[in-house]
Design a protein around this ligand. Structure first.
Ligand SMILES: C[S@@+](CC[C@H](N)C(=O)[O-])C[C@H]1O[C@@H](n2cnc3c(N)ncnc32)[C@H](O)[C@@H]1O
Length: 251
């Protein structure tokens, strides 16, 4: 069984940092990438939306499944802290960030992250002083199976940020098993679905996830996940797209 659109992925198309790893039932080798403030989500709008949707709740579980090196979880935590400064955001923490790749999660748990100059510039453009969150590490971190660009430096996450994220090494299905249907939740499951195998493998993961989601819960996907059958599945299960790649369960 081959990953359905596996041939679409190759290292060259990504440009900057890439990671090589094995996915799916046949252990296909693919190249992948993540980054801080990835452009397929308007994170500033997302945090406002999350806050508004759960303003009456005391605790909200936030899951970042297939989190890779933590870039996405850090982005969400930083945007929650920066753009909802005067609001009560502690109920969203810690973000539970998980990935099936043990090597990348080991690095994330050491609170180190490789960041490019462009990513830092993007944070600055958003009005964020990144130095509050990331400090240059003494040594560059070389991760097996990673190819990093020359403008990449290794940073340490500051204590204030690292306490907002809990990294776990598990698959999407294992993470779903640990979710409670009744807890109000936000689930990021982004830029990973086509890696899960063929169409029935992907739909199986989505079915299991849907079983744990209830009205008002939020699901966030990525541009890479926007295959027509995935969007169709979500629409048929009462997920309404309220912002690009952000879906709320309406029933
Ligand atoms: C392209 S990265 C996505 C990172 C981040 N979510 C983003 O959008 O930038 C894909 C990640 O999915 C992870 N992954 C692949 N299959 C997985 C599975 N079954 N369970 C958990 N993580 C998985 C890989 O290890 C990789 O870190």
């Amino acid at each position: 069984m081959r990953i359905s659109n596996f041939s679409n992925f190759n290292a060259v198309s990504f440009g900057t940092n890439t990671r090589r790893y094995k996915v799916g039932p046949e252990n296909d080798v693919v190249y992948t990438q993540t980054k801080i403030n990835r452009e397929d989500i308007d994170f500033k709008n997302l945090v406002g939306l999350i806050f508004g949707s759960f303003k009456d709740k005391d605790k909200v579980s936030v899951y970042d499944m297939a989190c890779s090196d933590g870039s996405e979880a850090y982005t969400l935590a930083i945007f929650l802290k920066e753009f909802l400064k005067d609001k009560k955001v502690a109920k969203f923490f810690p973000i539970i960030a998980s990935d099936s790749d043990g090597i990348i999660i080991t690095c994330a748990k050491r609170n180190k992250i490789n960041i490019t100059e462009d990513e830092l510039k993007e944070l600055e453009k958003a009005g964020i002083d990144y130095k509050k969150y990331f400090l240059p590490a003494k040594e560059k971190m070389y991760i097996p199976n990673d190819k990093i660009s020359n403008d990449t430096e290794t940073y340490m996450c500051c204590d204030e940020l690292k306490k907002n994220i809990r990294f776990e090494n598990c698959t999407i299905l294992q993470q779903i098993e640990k979710m409670e249907k009744d807890e109000p939740k936000v689930v990021l499951c982004r830029n990973v679905l086509p890696y899960l195998g063929n169409r029935s493998d992907v739909l199986y993961n989505l079915l299991r996830l849907n079983n744990k989601m209830k009205q008002d819960d939020i699901l966030v996907i990525g541009d890479f996940d926007r295959d027509f059958y995935i969007i169709d599945f979500l629409k048929k299960r009462d997920f309404k797209e309220i912002q690009n790649n952000v879906f709320v369960k309406t029933k």
